[in-house]
Design a protein around this ligand. Structure first.
Ligand code: KIV
Length: 277
């Protein structure tokens, strides 16, 4: 078996081979993305929309995240599994942030946690417990209402400087990697050059040390329109609709099940059954 990916191995990839991160939400998706050779599997709070049909990432609980993290962990052998800290699990106090990070790792089996925003005290305290933390800056969807929507961040020099400063503080607080979401490519380039930990971009252009996409977006399972940064690598929505429609057609026409899809009838039983009907 290939060597297990650790948080420190990801940190050491800075400036070397690009890091590939993909989300997963259950055992099959965890197993398949791991077998495809990704470096990091993120059980992201985007599962609120991707698999639970909720309107945004604010609407997912610790218990739900734990449920999905456990399922993903059971499917992944090689990649690093990162559990996302849901809205409300780390904002109230540092003690709660530590308790909930410990739950994602202890009960859930995640090998690192990710949390949004410049939560320096919480990050330091979680790292001090021995839990690797991935930061997340820029368009942080849990701050949707404060940001006034899903808007690209860091478009002015002043706000870009602010984000650079936050990234440097996160590095000093001990994050092993940093997600940059929804920022201009030139700002992502500056942050990537000025921090010593790898940056993993989503809607942040090509200069990051790695890239992440939500699996449902990548596979064509999320309803459109999708954000500009999404590239569809498959149209599984069409594949699934066609497969299920074909099954329905076969059931209705009587062509399913065929004899080879049935258990053989014992001769004595067939003779008895023929007499009964
Ligand atoms: O929840 C998620 O999927 C994420 C990625 C977009 C980075 O946080």
């Amino acid at each position: 078996m290939e060597e297990k990916v650790t948080a420190s191995a990801i940190a050491n990839r800075k400036g070397k081979e690009k890091i590939v991160m993909v989300t997963a939400t259950d055992e099959p998706s965890g197993r398949l993305v791991d077998q495809a050779g990704v470096d990091v599997v993120l059980v992201g709070d985007s599962l609120a929309m991707a698999v639970l049909g909720r309107p945004n990432t604010l609407a997912v609980t610790m218990e739900e995240m734990l449920h999905h993290i456990r399922a993903v962990v059971s499917g992944v052998r090689r990649a690093l599994v990162v559990g996302d800290m849901p809205f409300g699990s780390f904002q109230v106090s540092v003690a709660e942030a530590v308790r909930n990070a410990c739950r994602l790792v202890g009960e859930g089996g995640a090998e690192a946690v990710k949390l949004e925003g410049p939560r320096i005290a919480a990050i330091k305290a979680i790292v001090a417990c021995g839990i690797p933390v991935m930061g997340h800056l820029g368009l942080t969807p849990q701050s949707l209402h404060l940001l006034g929507g899903y808007r690209v961040q860091g478009k002015t020099v002043e706000s870009a400087r602010g984000l650079l400063e936050q990234a440097q503080k996160l590095e000093a607080a001990g994050v092993f990697a940093l997600v940059l979401e929804g920022i201009p490519p030139s700002l992502a380039k500056v942050i990537t050059a000025k921090v010593g930990v790898p940056t993993i971009g989503i809607g942040a252009g090509p200069h990051c040390d790695g890239q992440v996409l939500v699996l449902a977006d990548l596979l064509g399972l999320s309803p459109g329109p999708v954000p500009r940064f999404v590239r569809r690598y498959a149209s599984l929505d069409t594949v699934i609709r066609q497969a299920v429609a074909a099954f329905a057609g076969d059931v209705r026409s009587g062509s399913f099940p065929a004899p080879e899809e049935c258990y053989p009838d014992p001769p004595e039983l067939s003779a008895w059954a023929q007499g009964e009907v």
